[in-house]
Each structure stands twice: as C-alpha cells, then as structure tokens.
Design a protein. Structure first.
Length: 147
C-alpha cells in the first residue's frame, strides 16, 4: 500500500480524509506515475519514475475510472505529465497558480501539489499561501468528490 509513511499522513491531512477513506478503493484511486518502485538515490530519496511506465499504463488505467472527479497531481512528475506545457514551469509556480490549473481542467479537475515528503518542509514554510489558501479548497474539493 502506498503512502503508509509520514508522507501519507501529511497527504491525508492535506486532503482532510481518514486512512479508511483514503484506502477505500471504491472511492479513491491511488495511481502512481510508475507501477514499480524505481529505487533510491544516494541521499535516500526515491529515484524518478521510470520513463516507460507512464506512457505504457497511465491512459489505460484512467480509462477504467469513468467517474473520476478530481485528480491530485502530487509532485513534479504528475504535474508535468497531466498539464503538458502548463506544467513545464517550476513546481512552485504551478502550485501557486492552482486556481488557473483548476480552471484549465474540466472533468476531472486537477489540483497540483508538492510531494508531501518531509523533504519539502522548507518549501511549505517558505510558501505559507499553500496551507492558508490552497489546502482549504483542496479539502472542500475532496469532500465534494467523495460525496
């Protein structure tokens, strides 16, 4: 199961959901950019997703999710994949521009997020608008999508 670590705790808190809600496969689909663990780099962080994974599987998986209402773009790889040229800016710029991203997407609606890793603690502190402005909207959108 993905996100069973402090990153998952943070992501669930951002979303305003319980573990039971988060792992309810009838309500939440957790779709990684790759379907294999890419390994760790020398600093202990995850390596980037393998390049062949998303093109091979992502569209097929999403085609099997016809009632999809909301997609949380967690981290730069998801942002770049789903937003194309709009996602080619820095992750900070894209996340700061979350209102435009939501307006850009029809159904499903996209919300760009940094990765919830502890490695982004400094980013979160440097960008207080994230918790003050984006997270309340994220929680409301998640609640709406979950019914």
């Amino acid at each position: 199961m993905p996100f069973t670590d402090p990153s998952g705790d943070r992501l669930r808190a951002w979303m305003g959901v319980t573990s039971d809600e988060f792992y309810d496969v009838s309500r939440v689909a957790i779709v990684p950019m790759g379907f294999c663990f890419p390994g760790l780099n020398e600093k202990g962080g995850d390596l980037p997703p393998r390049r062949e994974c998303a093109p091979r599987w992502r569209d097929e998986v999403f085609a099997h999710l016809p009632r999809l209402e909301l997609v949380l773009l967690v981290g730069q790889y998801a942002v770049r994949w789903h937003l194309g040229s709009l996602g080619r800016r820095s992750l900070t710029e894209v996340v700061r521009d979350w209102r435009a991203v939501m307006a850009y997407s029809q159904r499903p609606r996209y919300i760009p997020l940094p990765h919830p890793s502890w490695r982004n603690n400094a980013w979160i502190k440097k960008n207080p608008w994230f918790e003050a402005e984006l997270l309340p909207v994220l929680r409301a959108e998640v609640r709406r999508a979950l019914g």
